[in-house]
Design a protein around this ligand. Structure first.
Ligand code: FMN
Length: 168
């Protein structure tokens, strides 16, 4: 059976709650949670499918725990693996950099050879610019706990359903 690793900063506030919710949507033992604060190359290479998550901070940057880890993963080889990305952001507070972190993670994992799956529509969001876009779609799941927390559960449920097909 293919193994899925769910990577995010477990010491964060909102991202950690969302990560748990995604794991529950998969069914408890279908995705292992791996703390990004502790992860190294081996953890990423151990899984067939990766789910990676981050909020966006500092006007369009990744939070520091991802920022510190990525340079350490420069020789990571993920050819043949799939990666799905979720990101938290605030489309009213940061409309020009909404969930930029999704795009930054997509660039990184693609350059390591992985295929990005789990792209979603921008319908229902209002913002001006985002590095998370490619051909008019988000390169992952965009969640906005500041302005649209009421939509989060349904967005996660739809996305996990999509991933179960795309990861197969
Ligand atoms: C200082 C600061 C900068 C932020 N910059 C951005 C940003 O550039 N783009 C965005 O979409 N959200 C931005 N946000 C919103 C956060 O991504 C959002 O609040 C997220 O839910 C935080 O999750 P976390 O607590 O797990 O890190 C920013 C928030 C703060 C406090």
């Amino acid at each position: 059976m293919k193994k899925t690793g769910l990577f995010y900063g477990v010491s964060t506030k909102k991202t950690a709650l969302i990560g748990k919710e995604i794991q529950e949507a998969f069914g408890e033992d279908k995705a292992d949670i791996v703390s990004v604060e502790e992860a190294g190359k081996n953890e990423f290479e151990r899984y067939d499918n990766l789910i990676v998550g981050a909020s966006t901070w500092f006007d369009g940057e990744l939070p520091s725990y991802w920022d510190e880890l990525l340079p350490e993963l420069d020789s990571l080889k993920l050819k043949g693996k799939k990666v799905a990305i979720f990101g938290l952001g605030d489309q009213e507070g940061y409309p020009e950099n909404f969930v930029d972190g999704i795009g930054l993670l997509a660039d990184f994992f693609e350059s390591a050879g992985a295929q990005v799956v789990g792209l979603t529509s921008t319908e229902g969001y209002t913002f001006e610019g985002s590095r998370a876009l490619r051909d008019g779609k988000f390169l992952g799941l965009a969640l906005d706990q500041e302005n649209q927390s009421d939509k989060t559960s349904a967005r996660i449920a739809d996305w996990v359903k999509q991933l179960k097909k795309e990861f197969a």
